[in-house]
Design a protein around this ligand. Sequence first.
Ligand SMILES: Nc1ncnc2c1ncn2[C@@H]1O[C@H](COP(=O)(O)OP(=O)(O)O)[C@@H](O)[C@H]1O
Ligand SMILES: [Mg+2]
Length: 192
Amino acid sequence: MYIVFEGIDGAGKSTQIQMLKEWLEANGFRVETLVEPTDSEVGKLIRRILQRHDAQTDSVQKTLGLLFAADRMLIMDKLNDESKIILSDRSFISSLAYQEPAEWIEVLNRYAKKPDLLLLLDLDVKKSVARTSGEDTFENEEFLTKVKANYLDLVEKYEHQIIDANNGVNKVSSDIKKAVAPYLGICPDCIR
Ligand SMILES: Nc1ncnc2c1ncn2[C@@H]1O[C@H](COP(=O)(O)OP(=O)(O)O)[C@@H](O)[C@H]1O
Ligand SMILES: [Mg+2]
């Protein structure tokens, strides 16, 4: 099963993937976690380009669109490993939420694997800025508001659950467990 976590920075993806991984392993499942961009050569290049002072210009954004698509093409086989539950921090859906134009991003990601379950960690934009201490000047409130709205539209195309990420860590974690449980034959009422 390929479970994708999406949401703006600070939504709690890294935190919640770790918590869900531990819980699933305690329940006897084999779990693999992934982060996009990956640690491949292309992923490293993406991270470097994201640091550039001109990262927000149209030409660099389009370059990033190409590189993100290439980076995830490299991990395609990993995603089809049926012996494990794969928890992925971001996916092609991030490209669709963050980058333009949509039709072109869709073409680039035509062969990207669709999630079996998409968990959108939906966070208020002001909280994102506070949790990340506004470290990334590009991800200002106006931009994040657009990304958040894009996400809420995009999730409708996939099997998904929207998780209220404004709550405390433990409440978010138990909401995620309840969302995932039915797909894995775990009784949802057995979760705290
Ligand atoms: N539910 C929560 N409430 C308050 N702070 C949180 C919550 N979840 C995560 N955080 C904190 O917010 C920051 C970003 O969390 P992180 O899991 O790295 O988010 P993401 O991977 O989506 O960017 C971290 O400092 C983390 O400890
Ligand atoms: Mg993270």
